[in-house]
Design a protein around this ligand. Sequence first.
Ligand code: PLP
Length: 464
Amino acid sequence: MASIFQPVRQNGTNPSTASKVLHPNIYTPNPKVVSAKGSYIILDNGSKILDASGGPGVVCIGHGNTEVRDAVVAQMDRLSYCHSLTFANEAAEDLAREIVDSTNGVMARATIMCSGSEAVEAGLKLARQYFVDKGEMQRVHFIARKGAFHGTTLSSLALTAKAAVQKPFEPIMLNDNVSFVSMPNLYRGMHPGETEAHYVDRLARELDEEFERIGPSRVCAFVAETASGTSMGCLTAPSGYFKAVREICDKHSVLLILDEVFCGMGRTGSMHAWEQEDVYPDIQTVAKGLAAGYAPISMLLMNQRIVDTIQAGSGFFNHGHTYSSHAVACAAALAVQRIIKRDNLLQNIQTTGDCLGRGLRAALGDHPHVGNIRGRGLMWAVEFVNDRKTKEPFPLKERVASRIKSAGLKDPWNIALNAGMGTADTIAGDHITITPPYNITVEEVELIIDRIKGVVEEVLGSKP
Ligand code: PLP
């Protein structure tokens, strides 16, 4: 029997020089990046990769920004770390003010941590504490949506209704108090002949019925991504959906948590994705676009009603991490946010996002294995199908999206894309997501479209 103390052997490599990092595929380390600048990543074999995904939508002002570097160094010269349980720091104060102010009074306070999953976990605990402080101890349940992605820690994973990531961990997940309703999906979810308005009514009825099934007074919060990222491939909601959701939450006095870890901080073309849905959340998460990959940081925002209730109740939010409000991470995020504002990047997202959407449709819209091209701002996805008429997905074992992603990294395409699965039913289905930096140029967008067309035709064949 193999001992866990034996070194993991990687194909064809000398064990003494083999990677000690546990890569997703243990036997095949990921391609090694040596540097990155602007929209390009350089590998150790000299390849220059066009970064069309920015990781999972993280790199939103491009790589190697020297203004952010200078802000980080200056912060380190002043203060790198102090414990947020005992001290405040100026960078965290300034960042929280900047982001709270960007909500135009919708949000009142922020708490700062290191990752999206941590922000989601904190959001669930905050919702629970709000009701404990109100004396509504029976509220223990969360309703989320099938196919959503909310993180990988045990309770954020419990809200992540994707069989592929949940399966091995189901017995230890904190999922006793979680249930799911349908994810709105304009491509797959509508009945034949149904209008968008009727579809929204049907989804709203389903949610209301789920509240009744659980018992509305047992529910803490409804949790949703305002626009889904890699999980379902940049799905946005039909118009009126979030307004209907907000009304149902209000009817049952339940909190609305919008997870904007992926879609927030400008990605959809407005600073917060909920601005385009004409609703306001009670609790909101943001992460990827906050420091654009220059530091690991996330934030949980809450409205005044929650602050007041906790202030009048237990007096403090019973949550925190060693690295909460990390001064260097906050300085990086603040520098990024100031660049987004100063360089009017929301405008560039709208202009280049329109080009990207139009270009993808022109290049791939009638490909026999492209079922749907969708997106908003600078988050776009191409969904692949075995059969365009029936929308039947490819068999799982064909790993279509991962093959496109892998082929993209090689010559002559040299493009980084994100691959997603579970688009059709949380198990089968393939898509790629394209989420380039907010300061991408129109010329770079055209290059991205050309290379995606090339790689899709290499893997799935070209039009007959
Ligand atoms: N929520 C959403 C909507 C996400 O897209 C992600 C990550 O992709 C997470 C939460 C988890 O964030 P992290 O990977 O930083 O823990």
